[in-house]
Design a binder for this molecule. Structure first.
Ligand SMILES: [Zn+2]
Ligand SMILES: [Zn+2]
Length: 327
């Protein structure tokens, strides 16, 4: 996708779309709205407006003809800014891929109807059958994969608009999740052709999924986990601390971090890794958040000590002792 003139559909996808639309084939386009929806962006200074209570981008939603801007987490609504609040430029625009935009683009360019299917409304075989029974629709836009794959449905083409979805999340299982997301879709759907759009086509997670090579992927993924001390070769424990006052958050994290370093020294845990880092979403519902991550071959006994000595049972702590997630 880095060499494509258009950032939504590649030239290849466009040519298959026009060919298959003419042949009246069934096409399924996968857009994941959870991680990949629209936002506002200043062309001049790069400013992206965020929710006041949560540090996430304000995102775009369309209900019939109404356009609304809201926070996906706390649902606060915002007005679309006329000017950038930073540099006062009027070059502040919408950006991103969202299902409505994909739908409009296809309807304008290929003169055919599309149907957007939200995974929440297509939660049973009966409902999916109802949705798919409309005779005049051949392009379906799905917002995410369904829990139960629809193997009884014959599709002619599945297009992944952004196959790098999970790779962009800074987590040690990002490669694994991305591989499985693609691999499972290939394996569990009755479809003849797949188009995989990626910004990292040489990445081992994308390559091996497209080759259906689970063995080679696991080998590479295990090497990475082993070299960097990630599960199953080590334990990862995440202490999440939340507070409404940013200064209190920093003080507490600083204090806990120092106490952990003291315990590390006292119990001679020389190779134990301890670091503090903000999670991917720094603020949610008006509360600031910070993580302390501990990583070592065997954390169980040490964490028992940490629990009693540092009194982690208080309200603002969340402790995940076998964390799959470090963001
Ligand atoms: Zn600006
Ligand atoms: Zn919010």
């Amino acid at each position: 996708m880095t060499r494509e003139p258009d950032y939504i559909f590649s030239e290849l996808a466009k040519s298959w779309l026009s060919k298959y639309i003419r042949q009246w084939k069934k096409i399924w386009i996968l857009v994941n709205k959870k991680w990949y929806s629209g936002w506002i962006f200043c062309r001049k200074c790069g400013f992206v407006p965020k929710c006041d209570k949560c540090s996430v981008n304000i995102s775009y939603h369309k209900i019939n003809t109404w356009k609304i801007w809201l926070c996906n987490i706390c649902k606060s609504q915002y007005d679309f800014p006329q000017k950038c609040p930073h540099c006062w430029s009027t070059e502040i625009k919408e950006f991103g891929i969202w299902t409505q935009q994909v739908s409009e683009l296809i309807e304008n360019e290929f003169k055919t109807k599309t149907q957007i299917i939200e995974s929440e409304s297509a939660n049973s075989k009966k409902k999916i059958k109802e949705i798919l029974s409309q005779k005049d629709i051949q392009i379906y836009i799905w917002t995410s994969l369904l829990n139960t794959p629809i193997q009884w449905l014959n599709l002619d083409l599945i297009i992944f608009l952004n196959a790098d979805l999970w790779l962009n999340i800074p987590n040690y299982s990002a490669e694994y999740n991305n591989f499985n997301f693609l691999y499972d879709t290939f394996k569990s759907h009755n479809c003849n052709n797949f188009i995989v759009q990626s910004f990292n086509p040489e990445h081992y997670s994308i390559r091996n999924a497209c080759k259906l090579d689970k063995k080679n992927f696991s080998q590479k993924d295990n090497e990475f986990r082993k070299n960097n001390n990630y599960p199953p070769f080590a334990d990862v424990c995440v202490l999440l601390y939340k507070n409404e006052i940013e200064e209190k958050l920093f003080n507490k994290i600083d204090k806990i971090h120092k106490e952990l370093l003291y315990l590390k020294e006292k119990y001679k845990m020389n190779e134990l890794e301890i670091y503090s880092t903000p999670p991917i979403i720094y603020k949610i519902f008006g509360k600031y958040r910070y993580n302390i991550i501990l990583k070592w071959k065997n954390l169980r006994n040490f964490m028992d000590i940490v629990y009693t000595k540092l009194n982690l049972t208080q309200n603002n702590f969340k402790v995940d002792r076998n964390s799959e997630n470090i963001v």
